[in-house]
Design a binder for this molecule. Structure first.
Ligand SMILES: CC(C)(COP(=O)(O)OP(=O)(O)OC[C@H]1O[C@@H](n2cnc3c(N)ncnc32)[C@H](O)[C@@H]1OP(=O)(O)O)[C@@H](O)C(=O)NCCC(=O)NCCS
Length: 191
């Protein structure tokens, strides 16, 4: 179904993988992540058709986290031109052509607070860059304090382009954010 492209082994046995959804691998990949989506968001979850629709878009990048072979987290980003959720209407310096949108980020309840999400982002962002994206956008929940956390994360790294406005959605108040994807440091002696 899918091909594992990169994996980072960590001492807590959590592994991170970029799943390349080649051919019709999007079907199996959607079935892999959808139960955790439903467990997390209940009635507000994307349905299986919506997840399949996202994962079969060209250039979509999916990253998962596993603990002992069990899925404990996932995140995926799609080209912003594809995005079907309500989007903020903004001027983009690239006209949106080099912009990805992080559609979904989930960690299972028993694995939260272990910084699994920033570690998934450490795989997602370089993979997006390889697909030709230079910018990334997302909407983030305000009431839980998550938007402030994520905003701080990107501001501390001098990657934030725009934070806000806030808007209402089926998931409550969300803050829109647009960020630069960091350029990888050149390895010494790289030619
Ligand atoms: C929100 C959720 C994805 C966070 O995942 P997590 O792995 O538990 O995150 P942690 O609390 O361990 O991570 C905290 C650190 O990661 C950073 N971080 C969290 N999410 C991040 C993101 N998307 N991008 C960059 N950094 C992020 C935070 O800034 C924080 O860093 P700090 O400690 O230096 O301040 C998880 O709680 C979850 O799945 N919740 C239910 C679903 C949900 O609300 N999804 C998000 C919808 S907007």
């Amino acid at each position: 179904m899918t091909e594992q492209k990169s994996e980072l082994e960590l001492k807590d046995d959590i592994t991170f993988e970029r799943i390349v959804v080649a051919g019709d691998g999007w079907r199996a990949a959607s079935r892999l992540i959808h139960p955790l989506e439903v467990e997390t968001f209940g009635d507000q979850a994307f349905n299986l058709d919506e997840v399949e629709d996202s994962l079969q878009q060209p250039k979509t990048v999916l990253v998962i986290a596993k603990d002992g072979g069990k899925l404990v987290g996932f995140t995926y980003a799609v080209p912003v031109s594809y995005t079907k959720v309500k989007m903020i209407d903004i001027e983009r310096e690239d006209g949106g052509k080099e912009t990805a949108y992080i559609y979904d980020t989930v960690v299972s309840a028993d694995h939260r607070g272990k910084k699994i999400t920033p570690r998934m982002m450490d795989l997602l962002l370089p993979a997006l860059q390889k697909e030709g994206f230079r910018f990334v956008e997302r909407d983030t929940a305000v009431d839980s304090g998550y938007a402030d956390q994520v905003q701080r994360h990107y501001e501390q790294r001098d990657l934030m382009i725009k934070a806000g406005p806030e808007h209402t959605s089926q998931w409550g108040t969300q803050r829109f954010m647009r960020m630069k994807i960091p350029t990888p440091l050149r390895v010494q002696n790289e030619i």
